[in-house]
Design a protein around this ligand. Structure first.
Ligand SMILES: C[S@@+](CC[C@H](N)C(=O)[O-])C[C@H]1O[C@@H](n2cnc3c(N)ncnc32)[C@H](O)[C@@H]1O
Length: 323
């Protein structure tokens, strides 16, 4: 109005008679109407993550033995597929660890100090955590760290409802480079939780590095509960990471869909197939020496790879050659 931006309408603090849709307040910045607006800011997920994702993909797929950090598997679809994997008949780790935790939780709880904060690395749905939370009612707070914003938000909402006295502070980020815990937690006793045999995704030097950083975050003398899988028959392991219904394959291949979507890649998914091979020497599911993308849950065999990726300057770069 008269070249000025005005606020239209009234509020509870408008003078009687002025609270109508046609009323225009000129000096709305003075907040006579008690009005204001909050604009949501994009979560740091977007820009920062895409740049880091691009860097990792270009670097990882330019190597002779192509490899990508498994954290990129967990976009919204990846996190949902992982939950499906947990229910598969072949995927024994979740069921087994839940049974172990059910038995071990009271003993673990007895060692947890009053008013402690439970810090979980790669919390996903926090399903296993509930066994600890149920047994250790003296826990004051829970700080789940996960790369997946969707998994983190869903788990935090469920836990806040189920444990109203527990302070839940989701921390989105990479647990291999954790940021310091929020201020109130630095004075509280801290307990680390790292189930799922996720530690098995690391090479031995990476695992050492992770444990060193976790110790730095948790502090000297803290408790740390780590779930580690033991060796099994190759058949059992390979089936667990390459199930008959193809859910694990979909989980791995979703990474290519993500590259296509977020980095404008051009990978034709039909040219890829998923396989899981147990490497007894390294005690890992993968196969080095094959043109493969070693992933957490097996690997994608690069049968015919002719993908291109857009680089940050908008140019297109062939990031891998036909093997
Ligand atoms: C194998 S799942 C395990 C989930 C859950 N802890 C369990 O035991 O069922 C790995 C979880 O860690 C998260 N994750 C993987 N790599 C990560 C990283 N570098 N930093 C943070 N979270 C990560 C994933 O989003 C996923 O929720």
């Amino acid at each position: 109005m008269v070249n000025k931006i005005v606020l239209r309408g009234g509020s509870g603090s408008a003078a009687p008679g002025l609270s109508r849709a046609t009323y225009r307040a000129l000096h709305f910045h003075r907040r006579w109407q008690g009005a204001g607006a909050r604009l949501p800011k994009d979560a740091p997920v977007a820009g920062g993550d895409v740049a880091a994702f691009r860097t990792d993909v270009l670097e990882g797929l330019s190597r002779p033995h192509k490899a990508l950090p498994s954290k990129w598997l967990y976009d919204r679809a990846g996190s949902a597929l992982f939950e499906e994997i947990c229910e598969l008949p072949e995927y024994y780790p979740t069921r087994t660890e839940l049974t172990i935790l059910e038995k071990a939780a009271p003993g673990l709880a007895a060692t947890i100090p009053d008013g402690a904060v439970l810090v979980e690395f790669g919390s996903g749905s926090s399903r296993k955590t509930r066994l600890l939370l149920d047994a250790a009612r003296q826990l004051a707070a829970y700080a789940p760290i996960d790369i997946s914003q969707d998994a983190l938000a869903a788990a935090a909402a469920t836990l806040r409802q189920a444990y109203p006295r527990l302070e839940v502070t989701p921390l989105r980020g990479d647990f291999t480079h954790p940021t310091p815990l929020p201020e109130p937690y630095s004075d509280m006793p801290r307990v680390g939780f790292f189930p799922g045999s996720t530690i098995g995704n690391f090479t031995p030097p990476e695992a050492e590095d992770f444990l060193r950083r976790a110790r730095g975050l948790l502090g000297e003398g803290s408790l740390f509960v780590v779930g580690v899988d033991l060796r099994k028959d190759a058949q059992v392991l390979e089936a667990a990471y390459d199930d008959a219904q193809g859910v694990t394959a979909a989980f791995d291949l979703n990474l290519l869909t993500r590259i296509n979507r977020e980095l404008h890649g051009s990978f034709a998914l039909e040219n890829f197939r998923h396989r899981a091979i147990w490497d007894a020497e390294k005690s890992r599911i993968e196969r080095p020496g094959v043109s493969a993308m070693a992933l957490e849950r097996g690997f994608i065999h690069w049968k015919s790879l002719s993908g291109k990726l857009a680089t940050s300057d908008g140019a297109s770069r062939r990031c891998a050659t036909l093997q």
